[in-house]
Design a protein around this ligand. Structure first.
Ligand SMILES: [Zn+2]
Ligand SMILES: [Zn+2]
Length: 774
C-alpha cells in the first residue's frame, strides 16, 4: 500500500427553487421526490436563465441532469425549443424516460436518431419542442435539411450538450465544427441559443467549453450535494522474480493482486466489487479468488492480508471457524464474475444475489454494464487506472451506503502512469490536472465541415470568424482542389454529392477495416485503418466488448481482419519504427537550457513486430515479426531540444545520450494522459541524440491522428508540470535499470534499446534546471 486517503463527508444543506421556476413544474418534481435544488444546480439554472453559456463539471451523482432540466424545461414553458445532444442513443433514451415521468405541461419531446421511423421524424419536425439527438444526426440530417426545421430553429433557446467530455480528440474536433455550423444555421433563423454543457470533472472546463462551442462559457465546478466518507487506498503490487524484456523485473499483475484482496475482503464479510479490464480477467479474478478462499478454508489458521485493517470499519472480523463473511467453507460460493455477454436473466440473478448478501464478491468488466441497483457496497477494487479521474470516481462511487464508510482501492498496473499515481495521491485527490482536449483548427477536420457549411448556406467572409483563424487558408485550398467555388459574394458548394459525406466524424481517416469472425461471418465492429496496423495485425489478441479474439489474418486491400474466438494466456503489443521530420514550428519558448516547440511534423511509421506477454504474470513470451507497409501521417508534435554545450559534458561523463533521451521519451508518453484525456496509444514519440532537422538532441511526442488532436498542444502548454511528473515517475520506481513501470514501453519499435534510466533522470533534471539532479 502506498497511500491511504480519507475523503471527508459533505453535509446536506437546505434545498430551494429559483423563484422564476413555474409552480406546475415544482409540483411535478415534488411528486417525483425532488424538493429543491442544491446550490450548484441553482447557479447553473440562474446563469442559463440570464442568457450565459455555462459548463457544469461536477462528479458522478451530483445531480447534473436536474441542473440543466430546470432551465431547459422552463424555456419550453415560455414558448421556446430545446436541442439535447448526447454522444450515445442510450443516454437520449434515458433522458426521454425522465421527461416522460416528469410530464411537464406543453412539453413535446422526441428522440431523433438512426432508428427513428419516417412517421416519427415527420411528427418531430412538426411538433417537437424538446428534441433529443446526437452530433451524427445533426451533421448528416438536421443541418443539411435545416429549412424543414425552420420553426424549430427560430425558437431555439437552449442547446444542452450532455456528457460532453466524450467530445475529445479528433471526434471532439468534428463536433466543435458541427456546433459552429449549428450556430450559423440558428443565426440564419434569427435565434441565438444558450449552450449548456455537462461534463465529468476535468481541469479548465470553461476553456474546453469555449473550444468546443466557440463561445465564452461560465464554469460551475463546486458540487454541493451531500455524501459519506470514503477511504481510498492506493496499492502498488510488488516486483517479482520473473524477468521481462532486457532482464527487467516484472510486477505482480493488478488482476492477481485484486483476486487476493477480494478474497481477504470477502473473508471479512465486506461486500466488494472488483473492476477489471476484460471479460477474461473478470472470470480469472473470480476463479483465483475462489481458489484462494478454498485454500483458506483448508488452512483455517492462516493470517489474512492487512487490507482488513482498513476494511475494519465496514465489515466485522470473525472468529476462527467463522468469519465476517460466514463459515469459511461456504465462502468460495460467495464469489462470482459478472460481465457483458451473460444473458440478461443471469445478470439480474447475480445482481439480486449480490444485493441480498448471498454473494459477497463480484468481479466485473465495466461500471456502465452493471445494473443501476448495484451500488451502496462496502468496498470497490479497481484493477488499473481506468483512464480518467471521471471513470475512477464513477467506479469508486459504487461503494458507500447511507451514512456508512466505504473503501476504494486503486491497484496499479505495470506502467508509468499507474506508478506515478499511486506515488502521487495529490494528482488524484487534489484539483484535477487532466483537461479534455481537442483541436478545432485541425485542417483535415475543418475542410469537410467548411464544405458542409457552404452546402447548407453559402459561406461569406463574415462567416470566417466563426470557423477560426485557419479557415481562410483552408478555404483557399478547397477552392484550389475544386471542392468549393469562389464567387464575389462568397464560397459555394456546387457539386451533386452530399458535402457531409466528406467528414467521417467517428473515424480517423481512411476507410475502416471490418473485423469479422471467420467461422460465422459475424461483423464484430470496425477499426480505422491507422489503428488496424497496431490492433488487428495477424496474431494480435483483440478484445471486443470484453470478449477475447485472435486475429488470423489482416487483409488491408480487402479492408478485412478475420478473427476467431480464443483463450490465449497472453496479450500482444504491436511495435513500430518511426521517423519524423519537422514541417513547421508554430510556437516555441526556452525551457531550462534548451528549447520547447509545438508545430507540424510528418511521421512515417511502420509496424514491424509484436510482443507476447503472459497474462497471469506479465512475463515476456516472445517477439514475432510482421510485414506491414509504412504509413505517413501529417500531424502536430511537441518537442524539446538541448544544446551541444549542455549534452557534450554529459556524454564525456559517460552518460548514454541516446538511451537517456529514449527513456525520457517513453516515460513522457506514459505520463501525458495525466494532463490530457488521451490514451498512451493515441500518441507516439521519437527521440534522437541528434535530429537532422535540429542538429540537436531532440525528443518528440506527437498526436497519432491525421492533422493532430490537441494532445501534443496540451503537452506544450503544461510542459513543465508534465516533464516534472515524468521525472518523478522514473525516480519513484524502485527498479535498478528500468522496467515497464517507468521507462520501458510496450510499443517500442526498437525493443526498448537503448535505455538509460539514470541518464534520463539526469537529462530531465538538466532540462528542468534542477541542478545536477539525483
Ligand atoms: Zn522501473
Ligand atoms: Zn522506444
Amino acid at each position: 500500500m502506498t497511500h491511504v486517503e480519507h475523503v471527508p463527508p459533505r453535509p446536506a444543506v437546505p434545498l430551494s427553487w429559483p423563484d422564476w421556476v413555474d409552480e406546475r413544474l415544482v409540483t411535478r418534481w415534488a411528486n417525483l421526490g425532488v424538493t429543491g435544488l442544491w446550490r450548484h444546480q441553482i447557479e447553473v439554472a440562474e446563469l442559463v436563465r440570464g442568457g450565459q453559456n455555462v459548463i457544469i463539471a461536477t462528479g458522478t451523482a451530483s445531480g447534473k441532469t436536474l441542473s440543466y432540466l430546470v432551465p431547459a424545461v422552463s424555456e419550453v414553458l415560455d414558448g421556446g425549443t430545446v436541442l439535447y445532444l448526447t454522444p450515445t442513443k442510450a443516454l437520449a433514451a434515458d433522458q426521454l424516460r425522465t421527461l416522460t415521468e416528469l410530464d411537464p405541461p406543453e412539453l413535446r419531446a422526441a428522440t431523433f436518431d438512426g432508428d427513428t421511423s419516417f412517421e416519427e421524424r415527420a411528427w418531430a419536425r412538426r411538433h417537437a419542442n424538446y428534441l433529443l439527438t446526437n452530433p451524427d444526426m445533426l451533421h448528416r440530417t438536421l443541418l443539411p435539411r435545416h429549412a424543414q426545421w425552420s420553426a424549430f430553429w427560430r425558437r431555439l433557446r437552449v442547446v444542452v450538450i450532455d456528457e460532453c467530455h466524450g467530445y475529445r480528440g479528433v471526434f471532439g474536433s468534428h463536433v466543435a465544427q458541427i456546433l459552429r455550423r449549428l450556430r450559423r444555421v440558428c443565426a440564419r433563423y434569427g435565434s441565438r441559443p444558450v449552450f449548456l454543457l455537462s461534463s465529468a470533472t476535468a481541469s479548465e472546463p470553461g476553456a474546453f467549453a469555449t473550444r468546443l462551442t466557440g463561445l465564452r462559457a461560465e464554469e460551475v465546478t463546486a458540487d454541493a450535494s451531500p455524501r459519506g466518507t470514503t477511504t481510498f487506498a492506493l496499492w502498488e503490487p510488488p516486483l517479482t522474480e520473473l524477468r521481462g524484456e532486457g532482464g527487467a523485473p516484472v510486477r505482480r499483475p493488478a488482476t492477481m493482486e485484486s483476486a487476493e484482496l477480494l478474497a481477504d475482503l470477502v473473508t471479512g464479510g465486506v461486500r466488494t466489487l472488483a473492476f477489471v479490464r476484460s471479460r477474461r480477467a473478470a472470470e480469472s479474478v473470480a476463479l483465483t479468488t475462489r481458489a484462494r478462499l478454498e485454500d483458506l478454508a483448508a488452512d483455517a489458521g492462516r493470517p489474512v492480508h492487512d487490507v482488513e485493517r482498513y476494511a475494519g470499519g465496514v465489515g466485522s472480523t470473525g472468529g476462527e471457524e467463522s468469519t465476517g463473511g460466514g463459515r469459511l467453507s461456504d465462502l468460495p460460493d460467495k464469489v462470482a464474475a459478472y460481465r457483458a455477454g451473460y444473458l440478461a436473466d443471469d445478470r439480474r440473478r447475480l445482481e439480486r444475489a449480490f444485493r441480498s448478501g448471498e454473494l459477497l464478491g463480484l468481479a466485473t468488466t465495466n461500471a456502465l454494464e452493471l445494473g443501476v441497483d448495484v451500488s451502496g457496497l462496502d468496498a470497490v477494487l479497481i484493477a488499473g487506472w481506468p483512464g480518467t479521474r471521471a471513470s475512477l470516481w464513477q467506479q469508486a462511487g459504487r461503494a458507500g451506503r447511507d451514512g456508512q464508510d466505504a473503501l476504494a482501492v486503486l491497484i496499479a498496473r505495470d506502467d508509468p502512469l499507474d506508478t506515478y499515481l499511486v506515488h502521487h495521491p495529490e494528482a488524484l485527490f487534489g484539483r484535477p490536472v487532466e483537461a479534455i482536449v481537442l483541436d478545432p483548427e485541425n485542417p483535415y477536420v475543418l475542410g469537410p465541415h467548411l464544405c458542409a457549411a457552404a452546402a447548407e448556406i453559402p459561406l461569406t467572409p463574415d462567416d470566417l470568424e466563426t470557423f477560426g483563424p485557419s479557415a481562410k487558408e483552408v478555404l483557399a485550398g478547397l477552392v484550389e482542389d475544386g471542392l468549393l467555388r469562389r464567387r464575389t459574394t462568397g464560397w459555394f458548394w456546387t457539386k451533386r454529392e452530399r458535402a457531409t459525406d466528406l467528414a467521417d466524424i467517428r473515424g480517423a481517416g481512411g476507410s475502416p477495416i471490418q473485423v469479422v469472425e471467420a467461422s460465422t461471418g459475424r461483423l464484430l465492429g470496425t477499426v480505422d485503418e491507422p489503428s488496424a496496423h497496431t490492433t488487428v495485425h495477424a496474431g494480435a489478441v483483440y478484445v471486443h466488448q470484453g470478449e477475447t479474439f485472435l486475429v488470423e489474418e489482416l487483409d488491408l486491400d480487402a479492408g478485412v481482419a478475420l478473427v476467431e474466438t480464443g483463450t490465449p494466456d497472453y496479450t500482444t503489443f504491436a511495435r513500430d519504427v518511426t521517423e519524423i521530420s519537422i514541417l513547421e514550428s508554430l510556437r516555441s519558448r526556452p525551457l531550462g537550457p534548451g528549447e520547447l516547440h509545438f508545430g507540424s511534423v510528418e511521421v512515417t511509421r511502420q509496424v514491424v513486430s509484436y510482443l507476447k506477454r503472459r497474462t497471469q504474470s506479465g512475463e515476456l513470451l516472445g517477439d514475432e515479426d510482421l510485414d506491414l507497409p509504412p504509413r505517413t501521417l501529417r500531424t502536430r508534435a511537441v518537442w524539446w531540444t538541448l544544446p551541444a554545450s549542455v549534452v557534450t559534458p554529459l556524454a564525456e561523463e559517460g552518460l548514454d545520450l541516446g538511451g537517456a533521451a529514449h527513456a525520457a521519451e517513453h516515460a513522457s508518453i506514459g505520463l501525458l494522459p495525466l494532463f490530457a484525456t488521451c490514451d498512451r496509444w493515441d500518441i507516439g514519440g521519437v527521440s534522437t541524440e541528434s535530429h537532422p532537422d535540429t542538429g540537436l538532441l531532440t525528443v518528440f511526442v506527437y498526436d497519432g491522428h491525421e492533422g493532430g488532436a490537441g494532445f501534443a498542444e496540451r503537452g506544450y502548454a503544461r510542459a513543465l508540470d508534465w516533464l516534472t511528473a515524468t521525472r518523478e515517475a522514473i525516480a519513484s520506481c524502485e527498479c535498478d535499470h528500468g522496467c515497464p513501470s517507468c521507462i520501458q514501453s510496450p510499443k517500442c519499435g526498437n525493443g526498448n534499446e537503448p535505455l538509460d534510466k539514470a541518464g534520463a533522470l539526469r537529462l530531465l533534471a538538466v532540462l528542468l534546471s534542477l541542478g545536477t539532479g539525483s
